[in-house]
Design a protein around this ligand. Sequence first.
Ligand code: NDP
Ligand code: MG
Length: 389
Amino acid sequence: MRNIAILGSTGSIGTQTLDIVREHKEIKITALAAGSNIELLEKQIREFHPKIVCVYHENMAMKLREKVKDLTITIVSGMDGLISCATEGEAEMVVTAMVGMIGIRPTIEAIKAGKDIALANKETLVTAGHIIMPLVKEYNVALLPVDSEHSAIFQALQGEAHKSMKHILLTASGGPFRGRKLSELQNIRKEDALKHPNWSMGQKITIDSATMVNKGLEVMEARWLFDLEIDKIQVVVHPQSIIHSMVEYIDGSVIAQMGIPDMRLPIQYALFYPERIDLIGGKQLDFTTLKQITFEEPDMDTFFGLALAYEAGRNGGSMPTVYNAANEWAVARFLENKIGFLAIPTIIKEAMKNHKRIENPSLIDILNVENETYDFVKEYAESEFKYKP
Ligand code: NDP
Ligand code: MG
């Protein structure tokens, strides 16, 4: 029996994790958490019988309590509620599948409670990697990547020594606007940006993929997960999304992990690591029909959000938090049709320019920098992009 808690159970990663759990009766769900989707949470509660559930917004938590009053279950809310779900006694592993920096504190508390982490929530490591990684060591827990690229790198590293690693080659599909120039991105609408060629994901990460900020976040995530300098992590555009990333070793060997784009594969690998098991309903890669796999250099002038991620990563300290918070704010406003597509990387750039970097930010510093960044970018967008709250 393996007991797991899922934070973000109603999202793209959360529901795909539950698809796997449904096929494996040896996994027991101890806790679930989401933002506000209580209709789906109720269904998940009745199917998977967790002991405790968090709905971040208390008014929605009250409604959920009413809906499931026939069951013996604890419904909690807010950050304290998320932390209760992350630290609940029976869970051995916590799947962090929430979107955004809200994942930092629950992840830290889960590690301190001795839980292994299956990490999808990349914003956590981007902003607080310098706090999380030492804690993982101190509490001797496993941190297993769920992001497909990082799972691929992790798989390519099995049995290898860290000192043999020369480069990480992080693949990127290039998103729906690959090949376009800046002038052609001027009038991109939300509907166009939400069409990812290869992956079906939550809205925020889909926009991040269209701006290539997602790849930038992944470069910074990889820097912490695999303890490699940022400039040894190279982005390679590979539109077919068959190679999920590669590791180049000092002898010149390159080990890649390949597969059909299906997030259930990296999720399942994290849940059952080090065992490999049949992926029920998973498709096989067919090399007889796979016509070509191609590679390109990323266009960092057009997708300058990616170039800014390298800059933020090289700067380190509190700069990745500014990068991430500015992006979270801008993507949310783009999804509300309040700012344009290119405003997203522009806002990140200005926020970074404005910021006075803190060398080794504490958790409190990170949360303060997050709020200061929101204040700055709101004002900036009001004056430059006629943004109205
Ligand atoms: P979704 O938007 O599909 O889901 C987000 C989840 O987070 C939902 O369950 C949502 O609940 C929950 N949530 C949002 N706000 C809060 C909150 N304040 N408190 C508690 N829960 C909250 O996102 P994805 O599943 O696509 O992505 C999740 C994370 O995984 C992101 O960090 C993303 O970058 C990463 N990731 C995703 C991949 C993918 O294929 N989707 C691939 C690799 C990484 P509710 O539904 O109630 O709003
Ligand atoms: Mg990814």
